[in-house]
Design a protein around this ligand. Structure first.
Ligand SMILES: Nc1ncnc2c1ncn2[C@@H]1O[C@H](COP(=O)(O)OP(=O)(O)O)[C@@H](O)[C@H]1O
Ligand SMILES: [Mg+2]
Length: 193
């Protein structure tokens, strides 16, 4: 199964969430590879460093072993006109658009929502995922109401802003609290079901 993180903007959490979802699936015994469709190659760097330190079993995607993986997690570049991105969207079983809950970000993401809707393959699914939600803020309580503006299904599990998620890309799963690990498991179950 191919799970692809995409969007038009940088800084919404595509790379961080690619890693967190890959690690969550790996920790329940799945064979997981990450594929980098972003020339910055951030996810490859994160996984290579953690693998060298013995902190993860996630693999770097290898075309010759494509049939062996239970899950391929694809991190993409934030450029809508890119053919690499369009091909990645067409190929995905599950597409996830991480989005920060701010009006600026929501408006800026509407073209990406359209592009994803146009290119999702038959049988493929696409979701918006709220990321970096600040607990207790008014906008965090209004997220469900914002769903209508987006015209795309929004995942019920949202991801809070946590320093542990930033550290996880350096230190691996150790940096994530038990509570946040459970949240990530619920999130994954919500879209992999
Ligand atoms: N849920 C989160 N909580 C805290 N920091 C986050 C969270 N998601 C992303 N970040 C931080 O935000 C920045 C941008 O995230 P990144 O995954 O690189 O976005 P993108 O790949 O979309 O450009 C990084 O510094 C990352 O550590
Ligand atoms: Mg990135």
């Amino acid at each position: 199964m191919i799970i692809t993180f995409c969007g038009q903007k940088g800084g919404t959490g595509k790379t961080t969430l690619s890693f967190l979802v890959a690690e969550t699936l790996s920790r329940v015994g799945k064979k997981v590879a990450v594929r980098d469709d972003d020339p910055q190659a951030s996810i490859s760097q994160i996984v290579t460093e953690l693998r060298d330190a013995g902190r993860t079993e996630i693999e770097i995607w290898d075309r010759n072993r494509a049939g062996e993986y239970d899950f391929v997690i694809v991190d993409t570049l934030p450029r809508l006109s890119s053919n690499v991105l369009i091909e990645a969207v067409k190929e995905a079983d599950i597409l996830i658009l991480p989005l920060k809950p701010s009006m600026v970000d929501i408006r800026a993401t509407l073209p990406a929502v359209e592009m994803v809707k146009e290119n999702t393959r038959p049988g493929g699914k696409a979701f918006v995922l709220w990321n970096m939600v600040k607990p207790g803020t008014r906008i965090s309580r209004e997220l469900q109401g914002l769903e209508g503006m987006l015209g795309m299904q929004v995942l019920k599990n949202s991801i809070p802003e946590r320093i542990g998620f930033t550290y996880a890309t350096l230190q691996g799963y150790e940096a994530i609290t038990g509570e946040d690990r459970e949240l990530l498991q619920r999130l994954v179950l919500e879209f992999v079901a």
